[in-house]
Design a protein around this ligand. Structure first.
Ligand SMILES: Cc1ncc(COP(=O)(O)O)c(C=O)c1O
Length: 360
């Protein structure tokens, strides 16, 4: 058995025991209401536009976001890449934060599929302001690649679930639009951002040309993400989805769970945020960890483990042997996410195990 497969086996064994799995909010399992809705879903062929449950999900997303139309896509990655394809032309630049998901975790697809390069900049806590972005937009010259798109990630995953304030997002959108540049929101966790901002998602996202959000993260659906935007954007997106092999047939089975995720689950996100803050406060009492609990506004907690003498991977391996799972941002930073399958006592227990490992 290779090292990798023995590690995978170990992970599988852990996930069947009672594990506190804080790796991601993608690990949630569908609720019994979701499973029942999936079993009973009315379906048709969605490539013909005939799946009533997918149509209901798309109509519901468009209504909740105050937009003309929406499109069900299998993954957030596909949603982001479709948006990039629709908004850009080959040879253009896309401005994004340097830890953006579209850069680090989407397989170079902006280059591969849309022929664009990413022009990155670092934002404090992952937050990009117009003052910083505008310095990256080249003046027009026949010899320079032009900016085709600005991409904002809210909440920002790798910066620790941070939330870009509404005024900053709106300034970016207004100023970009004045220059004829579209702005796409990677809102994989935009419902978490909306809870933190205490605003409806429609208000948080109204200025963006397109929004991708995930049903399969904190909202708990087993599969699926959505794109929302104008009718014309969604019509083009539907065709790009097909080109990517994302035309799904009786997808109402998945959309049925997605409808519950979209309509019922956002209201429980404050619990995840409170658990994340609780976890962060516990970790802040461990002298060898560097963490700013006041920055934890949503369901992601990041902390630096350099002073423990362990790398993030070493700490994670030790945690795993005690049935706690997390993930790493880099060599020294660990990331833990709260979600509907972890409780307050789980967070307390995880923090206690981390404390003992750090003090050992
Ligand atoms: C910020 C962000 N965008 C996009 C995605 C992609 O979603 P998916 O895993 O459904 O492709 C993720 C997934 O973790 C994410 O965190």
């Amino acid at each position: 058995m290779t090292k990798l497969s023995s590690q995978l086996l170990e992970v599988q064994q852990h996930t069947t025991k009672s594990v506190i799995d804080l790796r991601s909010d993608t690990v949630t399992r569908p609720t019994s209401a979701m499973r029942k809705a999936m079993a009973e879903a009315e379906v048709g062929d969605d490539v013909y536009g005939e799946d009533p449950t997918v149509n209901r999900l798309e109509a519901s997303a468009a209504r909740i976001f105050g937009r003309e139309a929406a499109l069900f896509v299998p993954t957030g990655t596909m949603g982001n890449q479709i948006a990039i394809k629709v908004h850009t032309r080959p040879g253009q630049e896309i401005i994004c934060e340097e830890r953006a998901h579209i850069l680090d975790w989407e397989m170079g697809m902006p280059a591969l599929f849309s022929g664009c390069i990413l022009r990155t900049l670092r934002g404090d806590d992952g937050i990009l302001t117009w003052a910083e972005i505008k310095r990256k937009i080249p003046a027009y010259s026949y010899a320079r690649a032009q900016t085709g798109l600005i991409e904002v990630e809210n909440t920002h995953n790798m910066a620790g679930g941070t939330v870009t304030p509404l005024e900053i997002m709106e300034e970016v959108c207004n100023a970009a639009h004045d220059r004829g540049i579209a702005v796409h929101l990677d809102g994989a966790r935009v419902f978490n951002a909306a809870v933190a901002l205490n605003l409806p998602v429609a208000d948080v996202t109204r200025k963006f040309d397109s929004v991708m959000f995930c049903l399969s993260k904190g909202l708990g659906a087993p599969v699926g993400s959505m794109l929302v935007g104008s009718r014309s954007f969604i019509d083009q997106a539907r065709s790009v989805r097909k080109a990517l092999g994302g035309g799904m047939r009786q997808a109402g089975i998945l959309a049925a769970a997605g409808l519950i995720a979209l309509e019922e689950m956002p209201k429980r996100l404050p619990e995840d945020h409170a658990n994340a803050r609780f976890l962060a406060d516990c970790l802040a009492r461990i002298p060898k960890l560097r963490i700013s609990p006041e920055k934890v506004k949503t369901n992601i907690v990041i902390f630096d483990v350099s002073e423990t003498g362990m790398t993030s991977e070493e700490l994670l391996l030790r945690l795993r042997s005690q049935n706690v799972m997390g993930s790493s941002v880099n060599q020294s930073v660990v990331r833990l996410l709260t979600h509907m399958d972890v409780t307050r006592p789980d967070c307390e227990q995880a923090a206690e195990i981390i404390r003992k490992l750090c003090e050992a």
